[in-house]
Design a binder for this molecule. Structure first.
Ligand SMILES: [Zn+2]
Ligand SMILES: [Zn+2]
Length: 271
């Protein structure tokens, strides 16, 4: 297991969440490594969206996993004296069907694992998992198609799936744990101010702490939407907690590997 606390405490530049040609990223892995070296990063982790048991435009196919592993070792061999590279996946949770605890992931030589919820089950097409993580226009359309426009139930489902994933285990870092807040807040303004919403976040946070997970502060949407995951409104709670906090850019482009990082560190009182 990587000593994340050591990496963080030495003030080094790192990123443990990024997407490349193997899923929905927009550049080859090597370009991310070159950029990370140019920006003087010491530690860099790749986390393609894991294979899942159905076709998805964002997820890596199971057939591509060997290629990913081979490319990782090629790059580690080539650049390993300049930067510490790590192989991971951002693993999707699909209820009892699939998730980080699935034994498939034990067969892969991953250095660490991120667990994230991007899919929840449709309310009117049982068993079908729907991606609710995309941009708002797609989310809004799916609200009508699959969720009867019932935003409260969608939010409840997202956090309940997240808590089930945490309880099932099999991962080290919880990815963007309140991600639904962004699309839900567009659908119903002020939803994150509501008591029921807040208690779901608190229940999720307690589960994260009970299972000693590393919490990611995801900066991907900061530049475009002025938003972190978790929301800045939970930063005081994070600061008071004893959780290890990783600032991850969730970059899909090499030039964004460091995006939002300084702002997050400042707001968390870490610099
Ligand atoms: Zn994600
Ligand atoms: Zn991601």
């Amino acid at each position: 297991m990587i000593d994340f606390d050591k990496i963080i405490n030495t003030g080094n530049l790192y990123n443990f969440h990024s997407h490349t040609q193997f899923c929905d990223g927009h550049a080859p892995m090597e370009d991310f490594v070159k950029e990370a070296i140019a920006e003087r990063f010491t530690d860099y982790g790749f986390s393609p969206h894991s294979p899942i048991p159905f076709e998805s435009p964002c997820n890596m196919s199971m057939a591509a996993v060997d290629m990913y592993i081979n490319e990782f070792y090629r790059l580690k061999n080539m650049y390993g004296d300049k930067i510490n590279l790590y192989m991971s996946m951002e693993i999707d949770y699909l209820g009892t069907q699939w998730g980080p605890a699935n034994e498939y992931f034990d067969t892969l030589p991953l250095d660490y694992r991120i667990g994230s919820v991007h899919f929840i089950p449709s309310f009117n097409d049982s068993g079908k998992y729907i991606d609710i993580d995309g941009r708002y226009p797609a989310f809004k359309q799916k609200m009508g198609l699959y969720f009867n426009n019932d935003i409260k139930s969608v939010v409840e489902c997202f956090y309940n799936e997240t808590i089930s994933m945490i309880e099932a285990g099999g991962f080290d870092i919880i990815g963007h744990f309140d991600k639904i807040g962004h699309n839900a807040g567009h659908f119903q303004e002020g939803i994150e101010n509501e008591d029921w919403y807040n208690s779901l976040v608190m229940r999720t946070f307690e589960a994260i702490m009970d299972h000693h997970l590393i919490i990611e502060v995801n900066t991907k949407a900061y530049t475009e939407h002025n938003r972190f995951f978790p929301n800045i409104r939970y930063f005081e709670m994070l600061k008071k907690s004893r959780a290890t906090l990783l600032i991850n850019s969730d970059a899909h482009y090499p030039q964004l590997i460091n995006s939002g990082r300084l702002e997050a560190l400042k707001l968390l009182g870490l610099i």
